[in-house]
Design a protein around this ligand. Structure first.
Ligand code: XMP
Length: 517
């Protein structure tokens, strides 16, 4: 397994994912971690991530010195290379020549890390690599025992190696896809140089999780809040496989779900998979609690708290249950660590359905805690969940509650559900669903005039929203074909009585958010 020491690069998670795609387990540790924590993890190799700081200032982060004494291979990337250089006695200088974006590097000398990995060959016979660079500082003097293995125009020292110790440093980013041979370089490091075996596969993960869940909960009963989202669905399938009837799921139908979603969840989990699912029809309670409330954050709180209340009531009925299962995934764990250190900013409070009821006296079981989303999806497919469900767009915890602007009413939710279903159905039919990251309809509680046949209509408005994004932090509005939008608009206005106008949202994030509230 590989330890990744995080110096705050936006790419740190990507390094971990790439290593895992190669089939090797990797975990991210803070650059402030102790030698003992590293010893305890017992990695076969260590990767030092990039970071926003400069090592030319004395008060910026350094790797624990133990990293270089642990007797395992080390790969420094960007800031990681620079701090390694500085800590081992070389020199790093700030340069006015910033390099950002594509660069070509020349592989020099023979190095275990880059040997025979190239995109082109120069007339002189050097291997050339197209790579992604993003740096201001650069290494100007190698530490003792190191040799130069790569250079570019902007960074004469773009790669270094001490092959006796298996220490390597790269100024470019092998983890981003723009570096075409990046995957091979990382695979070379973890498989050949660190000697890891590629055992981190969906099959093995499932087997391991099943074993550890069984060992943990024994014969006890477990409850799980099932939302129909990817994470809780995969937990349900996994736990069912591990402990069968010891699992009971609670599915709260808030009345803020998409069209027929409640029935679909029951059909899939209860009928098809034979999992015990308690369905709570909580629509009336939600509508009553939300009556008269217009503030988005307050709506979120009410929806979140009511979920906890209802889940608590159901859990109290299951007197045998000692464990609460949750679909926490690795980015949540990293994010909450970041939140604790004050690095995360709150834009909207994201109450996830399935959030931990406070003061509940249950022990936690979180089988996805170490997994990235793409790994969770692979597991889900392997466990037999339908591909449609696994690749469904994200749906916010408060559901339609934040897609009905202002006060939430059942009538509004019913109209919105129909419009949304038409939009999504057409996206699938036109093979556009998987080309956008998230798509939905938003209900605007304003009336607009229209004519239909000979009659005048005075009905509500919906907005369609579709975005393309990698990380949901920034997004661009999807440039869906006009003909497609035209068709969706016609269908909604013709088929949903109560809606007489359809608009398309052409705002990017930032400054607009993806949801309207
Ligand atoms: P925004 O609107 O902040 O959305 O650009 C980014 C992503 O987060 C989802 N989202 C939420 N998810 N609870 C959730 O579980 C929430 O309160 C919430 N608000 C937004 C949104 O759907 C998008 O995928």
């Amino acid at each position: 397994k590989i330890l990744i020491l995080d110096f705050g690069s936006q790419y740190t998670q990507l390094i971990a994912r790439r290593i895992r795609e190669i089939g090797v387990y990797s975990e991210i540790f803070s650059c402030e971690c102790s030698a003992d924590e590293i010893k305890q993890f017992a990695p076969n190799g260590i990767i030092l991530s990039g970071g926003p700081e400069t090592v030319t200032s004395g008060d910026t982060p350094r790797a624990p010195q133990y990293v270089f004494e642990a007797g395992v291979p080390v790969l420094g990337i960007c800031y990681g290379l620079q701090t390694m250089t500085e800590q081992l006695g070389g020199t790093v200088e700030s340069s006015s020549h910033r390099e950002f974006g594509y660069a070509q590097i020349r592989a020099r000398g023979h190095s275990k890390l880059l040997l025979d990995i190239e995109d082109h060959v120069s007339p002189e016979g050097y291997g050339l690599l197209d790579v992604w660079m993003s740096h201001g500082d650069r290494v100007t003097q190698l530490p003792e025992g190191f040799k130069l293995i790569a250079s570019s125009d902007g960074a004469p020292i773009a790669g270094i190696a001490n092959e006796d110790k298996d220490f390597y440093g790269l100024q470019f980013h092998p983890e981003v896809t723009h570096t075409k041979q990046g995957g091979r370089i990382l695979a070379r490091f973890v498989l050949e140089i660190c000697g890891c075996e590629a055992l981190w596969t969906a099959d093995n993960i499932i087997e391991d999780s099943i074993e550890s869940v069984r060992a943990k909960v024994g014969r006890d009963q477990v409850i799980l809040g099932l939302s129909g989202g990817v994470d809780s669905s995969v937990v349900a399938a996994l736990l069912h496989k591990a402990i069968g009837d010891q699992l009971t799921c609670v599915f709260v139908d808030t009345g803020l779900l998409r069209l027929n979603e409640g029935d679909q969840v029951m059909a899939m989990f209860a009928e098809h998979m034979g999992i015990k699912v308690i369905r709570v029809d909580a629509e009336p309670r939600y509508m009553a609690a939300l009556a008269g409330v217009t503030d988005p954050e307050q709506k979120r709180k009410i929806i979140g708290n009511l979920f906890v209340e209802i889940f608590d009531e159901e859990a109290a009925k299951l007197t045998d249950a000692l464990w609460l299962a949750q679909g926490t995934i690795y980015p949540d764990v990293i994010e909450s660590a970041g939140a604790k250190s004050g690095k995360a900013h709150l834009i909207k409070s994201h109450h996830n359905v399935g959030g931990l009821p406070e003061n509940m006296k249950l022990k936690l079981v979180e089988p996805l805690r170490e997994l990235f989303k793409d790994e969770v999806r692979k597991l889900g497919l392997e466990l037999g969940l339908p591909a449609d469900m696994i690749h469904r767009h994200p749906f916010p915890g408060p559901g339609l509650g934040v897609r009905i602007l202002g006060e939430v009413k059942k009538d509004y939710a019913d109209l919105l559900r129909q419009a949304d279903a038409i939009f999504i159905e057409e996206l699938y039919r036109h093979d556009l669903y998987s080309k956008v990251s998230q798509a939905f309809a938003v209900f605007l509680p304003v009336k607009s005039v229209g004519v239909m046949g000979d009659g005048r209509r005075y009905d509500y408005v919906v907005a369609l929203r579709a975005v393309e994004t990698i990380d949901f932090m920034t997004a661009r509005w999807a440039h869906l074909p006009y003909d497609f939008l035209d068709l969706v608009s016609r269908r909604i206005i013709n088929e949903v009585s109560g809606i007489s106008r359809v608009t398309y949202d052409i705002s990017g994030k930032p400054p607009a958010t993806i949801e309207w509230e």
